[in-house]
Write a protein that binds this ligand. Structure first.
Ligand code: ZN
Length: 168
């Protein structure tokens, strides 16, 4: 990852904190064009009851609707947590390019286990197990502690307090 890409990951963590403050799960993602332009961003929105409202899925559909195949392939998705299999599949089907994530699915599962939270109903798989050959980078240790803290707060149900204090 290039040093000038770190702000995109920081924005993902901000979006994850915004989701947490709004009662959703703490995940955020940013879609960036080949020239570094931010094209779209979103954060988790599952609190309304639709468990497929993951930001990476939304960005894949946005890309399909708004970008040419060439633009999609040249774009990068930055995200606070590694794509789940559903989102990795959507990413692969629409032909998006590189993924950079802060925390891996393996890290998240470890955190959930620490917190005594049952594993999710969909098995976590490495992105490359779903989309072979895709360029994938992560985890990013300098931001992983912030993401860990957001998930800790989410599952301890004290998410509406002091979210701002997590962001460095
Ligand atoms: Zn997902």
């Amino acid at each position: 990852m290039a040093p000038d890409e770190l702000p995109h990951l920081r924005r993902c963590v901000e979006l994850a904190a915004e989701a947490l403050a709004d009662g959703d799960e703490p995940f955020g993602s940013v879609l960036v064009a080949a020239d570094g332009t931010v094209l779209a961003e979103d954060r988790n929105r599952v609190a309304g009851g639709d468990q497929t409202r993951h930001p990476e899925f939304e960005l894949a559909r946005w890309a399909a609707a708004n970008l040419t195949p060439e633009q999609r392939a040249a774009a990068t998705v930055f995200t606070s947590g590694e794509h789940c299999p559903m989102c990795a599949a959507a990413h692969g089907w629409v032909g998006l390019g590189r993924i950079v994530y802060v925390a891996s699915s393996e890290q998240l599962l470890g955190w959930l286990a620490e917190l005594g939270v049952p594993p999710p109903p969909v098995r976590a798989l490495p992105i490359r197990d779903v989309v072979p050959g895709l360029a994938v980078q992560g985890p990013i240790p300098e931001l992983a502690d912030q993401v860990h803290e957001l998930h800790r707060r989410h599952h301890r149900r004290d998410s509406r307090t002091e979210v701002d204090s997590v962001l460095g």
